[in-house]
Design a binder for this molecule. Sequence first.
Ligand code: BG6
Length: 534
Amino acid sequence: MEGARGSLFRTRLKCDVRNGVALFYFEAILIQNHSHTKLFMPNHTSVVIFGGSGDLTKRKLIPALYSLAARGMTDKTFSIIGFARTKKSDDAFRNDLTKAIHEFKKDVNDAVWQSLLKNIHYVSGGYGDAAAHQALHQKIAEINGVAAEEVNTLYYLSTPPEEFQNIIEQLGAIYNRANRREDVYRRIIIEKPFGYDLASAVHLNDILATYFRERDIFRIDHYLGKETVQNVLVFRFANAIFEPLWNSRFIDNIQITVAEDIGVGSRAAYYDKSGALRDMIENHILQVLSYVTMEAPIALTADAVRDEKVKLLRSVKIYTPEQANGNSVRAQYSGGVVDGENVKGYREEDESVKDSQTETYVLLKLEIDNWRWFGVPVYVRTGKRMTKRATEISVAFKASPSVLFNAGADQTLEENVIAIRVQPNEGISLLIDAKVPGGTATEIKSVQMDYRYKENFQRDTPEAYERLLHDAMTGDPALFIRRDESETAWHIVEPFLTAWQQPEAPLYTYPAGTWGPNEADELIHRDNRHWHRV
Ligand code: BG6
């Protein structure tokens, strides 16, 4: 049945049968330029999590989906299907998740959880097994009471990366791209690591492009889901006072630190193949860097923002392997004390890594070869088992002329710094020099002007995964990585990977609980600069 509603809308009464119950709903279609863009999707949406019994599912994905349900942002008929190799019944899977939700989420509303739980299912099988994928396809149809082709489906790949290709090809075999229905979505979210190097990232992108349209591919980087990272663009482009200063004329250097106090724990098998460069810099840190240094986009659309990010990443100087060696420090933690507790060194974490040459700390000095940033070094560093957990961006301004307050040998002025605290103690500080009250001589001290999230907005910020899952379900890719972005980022880190493969490439050590190896301090001191307070 169809009815007209003005010239822009057409509504259609539709009926689906679910578990023997008829569901009627109106579907509104926007008619524009002879093309049809659906405003309201039919009720059926299934999220399929490959790697359903894994850690990420329990810690992040299920809590995020629960929060969306609790905030009324999912339909009643929304369902979740875990897919993994381990054999398990729906009930056993539900029990595992019930334990996990109470462990990883505070104040769980039992009514919301129970109603979500009814719509959680499980399918077991090999990721490359055609029969298991057929069973999944049938399960989607069965749960929703309509053909699987009519269900909006979001596939979440949270498996080891070796399985990505198998899964994508199986999904490709089931759904014929040519017969795709424009009014039903089939999207795919891919967890990191997205490739192991440039060649493997290109290969993965090619496989994806064979079966999915770019607009249906969501390469996830959870740092983009963080409120404080999104706020970098607001800080820069909503406040007219900073942007005129945001360039090489006024800025001396930029530092991005992602310090973690945790070690690799039970993830040694994954981590040892990856290392800090692939695990943190290729993705999270380069994403943050592009927000801090890109030009203003012409609009806030996904492509306008990502165009600027790619343009910035393309301006990062590609080093030769020799230059990469001279502009980097990599190191591994040895035993030490973190938070008053004795902790093991990296090589003692697991028998399999006892001779490991994998870095758990990296410092890179990068250069951005464009008109805005020419000559401004960007120091990025990350490490496990450092003194504390702190992610901070600091932008240091050039010194003022020495003629007045820092003319004497007894007075040195601290540089002005804008420090953006991504986590914890989320906020932004501006370090300025101020006169110490009293006295006859002018004594100057650095003081801090502060914006703190907690004090200004008394509300919990949503978890990164909550925002990102929501955006993928509504089809907004702005906070996801586009193909060209992922490949450009690999291009930047490749010379470091090449340089570090050489047997003579140094791998330093640092005791757990410190700020990293001495060699990292030496690199920055060589430039007559120092680390800002984190
Ligand atoms: C992940 C890395 O992507 O990010 C981990 O694989 C790391 O090694 C984590 O611990 C850090 O994320 P967050 O949100 O705790 O800073």
